[in-house]
Design a protein around this ligand. Structure first.
Ligand code: FES
Length: 363
């Protein structure tokens, strides 16, 4: 049995198995609950506080000018963006204090785009906060569902449209229409896909290393004699051909190499010994996980560590992965010495450097 009455001051008895008379409603409070009200009053809206621009026409005018200035700034930035897009050489490099050598084209486009977006955004926020009405409005909800009659009328209209257009009776039109609508998006998608730029072709698979390329120190760009490399030392190395490259940054990002000298007796893999020179070995510096530079060499353990996600490679075992998310060893560069005793590449990399990608096996 259950007994309920108005919310105020009556007894509610329950026979739900938890004990009759467990609750007592007493003038809007529940006994034994610390006096929580049975219903919360609607606190209503806080009193409206007029803003300066609501009271003073001068302040409103100032706010108007500020908003217009921000929108104007955005327009100017967009115009400069368009001019820069056509006028600035995309290879032009300038020195910026604090940033070093920087591509001017990227900097100008980036700054202009940021100012254009910020100008519109900040202007709109300022406009809304100072001039647009800020009084709270309440709109009562009403049912969203149409009446049954309206719903039926809509269905009838659709059916009638199908009948009068004869699409249901003429399958040739129906299927040719479906075909043309299915193919139509290709006209929109193709220019977008084609505009993504040229296919990379073998750019991901090849570096500029070639047979006979001298190993040069980075950043000094000086060649390295084999007898200068002492056991335990490590060099950051580039191919000498990078000095003539037209795309220095791209080529450097792929062809950076670490050169180390180990005691040949510590090297456990014959191929590693054969591709090195008297214990001097060279490995790609580009992590096979997602391409960070593997820059930390621990000469006691002969471990190379990638600082990004801690992949660790064992140099004594052909740089196999001994820890971390990388899935394959660092590629080794085959090296030898030339007639003057300088270290040179004996062949290009035998495999693609850097992170794995789907066509890697076809390089
Ligand atoms: Fe080297 Fe992730 S990039 S571990």
């Amino acid at each position: 049995m259950s007994e309920r009455d108005t919310p105020h001051g009556e007894v509610v008895e329950s026979t739900d198995g938890y004990g009759a008379g467990a609750l007592r409603l007493d003038r809007g409070h529940i006994e034994g609950t610390g006096g929580l009200p049975q219903r919360f009053e609607n606190p209503g809206l806080p009193p409206h506080v007029p803003r300066m621009a609501d009271l003073d026409e001068g302040a409103a005018k100032r706010a108007e000018k500020q908003v217009a200035t921000l929108f104007g700034l955005s327009s100017v930035a967009t115009v400069v963006f368009v001019l820069a897009y056509f006028l600035i050489d995309s290879e032009h490099v300038v020195y910026l204090p604090g940033f070093g050598d920087t591509n001017l084209y990227n900097v100008v486009l980036g700054v202009c785009l940021a100012v254009a977006l910020l100008g519109v955004g900040v202007g709109a926020v300022h406009w809304a906060k100072t001039l647009m009405p800020d009084t709270e409005m309440v709109e009562e909800r009403h049912p969203q569902r149409a009446s049954d009659a309206d719903r039926q009328r809509t269905v009838d209209n659709l059916m009638e449209g199908g009948e009068t257009s004869q699409i249901t009776r003429r399958p040739l039109i129906k299927y040719s229409l479906i075909g043309s609508l299915a193919l139509f998006p290709l006209g929109l998608v193709l220019p977008l896909v084609g505009g993504l730029g040229p296919l990379p072709k073998d750019a991901l698979s090849k570096t500029i290393w070639k047979k006979g390329d001298r190993l040069i120190r980075d950043p000094e760009h000086t060649p390295i004699r084999a007898d200068q490399v002492t056991i335990g030392s490590v060099y950051h190395v580039l191919p000498a051909s990078i000095l003539e490259s037209d795309h220095v940054l791209e080529d450097k990002a792929k062809s950076a190499v670490l050169l180390m000298r180990l005691n040949p007796e510590d090297i456990k893999v014959k191929k590693e010994l054969d591709w090195g020179h008297e214990g001097i070995v060279a490995y790609s510096k580009i992590c096979t996980h997602v391409g960070c530079p593997v820059g930390l060499y621990e000469q006691q353990t002969h471990h190379l560590l990638c600082p990004c996600h801690q992949s660790t490679f064992d140099v004594t075992e052909d740089c196999k992965v001994i820890f971390g998310p990388a899935k394959r060893p660092l590629p080794q560069l085959q090296i030898t010495v030339d007639s003057e005793g300088y270290l040179v590449a004996d062949a290009p990399f035998h495999e693609a450097v850097g992170p794995s990608f789907w066509e890697r096996g076809h390089a």
